[in-house]
Ligand binder design. Structure first.
Ligand code: FES
Length: 439
């Protein structure tokens, strides 16, 4: 029996969204089909697969995929599926397959670009069938399109659509800002990540990333505790480590001050949150780094790079990047109420080691299993999902500062002093409705 498609048009209004978009498994399936399995999805950084044969596995929508370095040095993205009987070609998260993939079931082999290499005993057993070397079905299927922007690899499972750069638009500044901060102009991945499963719909995570209203509430207790220690150390030594300030800012920056931040909302649901965290102190490590950067780029360009005013960039639907601190979160939906995030961080090539240590400190302070920052967010996400399944109401409100957004040059920016506007959520849901409306 044919299943009824959900009517997604009625679920999204300009200032509110029906709760079913977070809770209905049929809507989740449609999201995978019409969003994740069509648009550009972040696979990984090319430095995750340095040598030919190195691979990393990931999920694009519902599809298990392999990002693999090919024999010619190119990065390929293949379906993790043997064309014989459908077995996954690799079961590990990452590794090296050497010169070719060898299926563990009947030993068919494939080149790292997906082409069939050999079928044992092919000469006797397949004659007269349609299973010939010329049959493209004998190859491992490739992602329809793969593109790389400054080392960050994306794939689209749809043959048609905008190029990666057209799709990202101004939001590609996330990668420019991160790479430009490296004296060598590129970054390399630190080959371990936090993998966090949250018991909520994937959209709740994305909304939180640009929710400037929540830090001084959700993270206040952690910020206060860090602030007390920061003051105590400063009193005793005259100088508290920057890492304490990274956390205390959650309590010392008030909601009014968060309103001074701004969001820039672009087509396809992308968004930039401006407002820098004050990470340009005049300590010796920073000054050393600035000297190296000036030597690489010249003083004027160094100033331009370090003045880039970005706190966070959201690349809809699957990536959140904090370029000044060299970290990103890739979103992999697992079910209507279960989402995996992979949280990676990067080294600035050519930068002094203490600058990496600073990024690492921030990475651990907000993401590690022992920090309360991530734990407090995760609890909120779970509570949201639980509340949305209840009968206490039908709609989710995105009314904050609604009606005050300023449309300009194909984007929408929040009015001055309205940084806590829910404009990013409205923008994401507008893009969501457009994607979902295309059969
Ligand atoms: Fe892969 Fe048979 S399923 S070789």
């Amino acid at each position: 029996m044919l299943q009824q498609r959900p009517d997604v048009r009625r679920a999204v209004e300009a200032d509110r969204v029906h709760k079913s978009v977070y809770t209905d498994p049929a809507i989740f399936d449609l999201e995978m089909e019409r969003i994740f399995e069509r648009v550009w999805i972040y696979c990984g950084h090319e430095s995750q697969v340095r040598k030919p044969g190195d691979y990393y596995t990931l999920q694009i929508g519902r599809q298990p995929m392999i990002m693999v370095r090919g024999a010619e040095g190119e990065v390929n993205v293949l379906y993790n599926r043997c064309p014989h009987r459908g077995t996954m070609l690799v079961g590990d998260r990452q590794g090296s397959t050497g010169e070719f993939f060898r299926c563990s079931y009947h030993a068919w082999t494939f080149h790292t670009d997906g082409k069939l290499k050999n079928i044992p005993m092919m000469e006797s057993g397949y004659e007269g069938t349609r299973w010939t070397r010329e049959n493209p079905d004998c190859n491992v299927k490739r992602a329809a399109r793969v593109e790389n922007y400054r080392g960050f690899v994306f794939a689209s499972l749809a043959a048609d659509g905008p190029t990666l750069q057209e799709y990202l638009g101004p939001a590609k500044i996330a990668f420019d800002d991160m790479c430009d901060r490296a004296p060598a102009g590129e970054v390399e991945i630190v080959p371990n990540c936090f993998r966090v499963i949250q018991n909520s719909n994937w959209k709740i995570f994305l909304e939180n990333q640009l929710d400037a209203l929540h830090p001084s509430v959700t993270h206040q207790s952690t910020g206060r505790a860090a602030h007390e220690v920061e003051l105590d150390i400063a009193k005793k030594t005259g100088h508290a480590p920057l890492s304490y300030h990274m956390l205390s800012a959650f309590a010392t920056v008030t909601i009014d001050q968060w309103d001074n931040f701004q969001t820039l909302n672009y087509p396809h649901g992308h968004c930039i949150l401006t407002g820098y965290m004050g990470l340009r102190p005049q300590d010796r490590d920073t000054l050393d780094y600035e000297r190296v950067l000036a030597k690489a780029y010249g003083k004027q360009r160094k100033e331009e790079i370090l003045s880039t005013n970005i706190h966070h960039v959201l690349l809809y639907p699957g990536l959140s990047v904090q370029s000044p601190l060299q970290q990103l979160r890739a979103v992999r939906p697992l079910g209507v109420d279960k989402t995996l995030t992979e949280i990676w961080h990067f080294r600035l090539k050519g930068a002094p080691e203490p600058i990496y240590r600073r990024a690492l400190a921030y990475y651990n302070l907000v993401n590690s299993p022992s920090t309360m920052i991530n734990a407090d967010d995760l609890e909120n996400f779970w509570k949201c999902q639980q509340g949305l399944t209840a009968d206490g109401g039908e709609w989710v409100s995105f009314h904050r500062h609604y009606g005050h957004d300023i449309a300009r040059d194909g984007m929408v920016e929040t009015a001055p002093g309205m940084g806590t506007s829910e404009a990013p959520m409205r923008n994401q849901m507008k893009a969501w409705a457009e994607f979902m409306d295309k059969a």
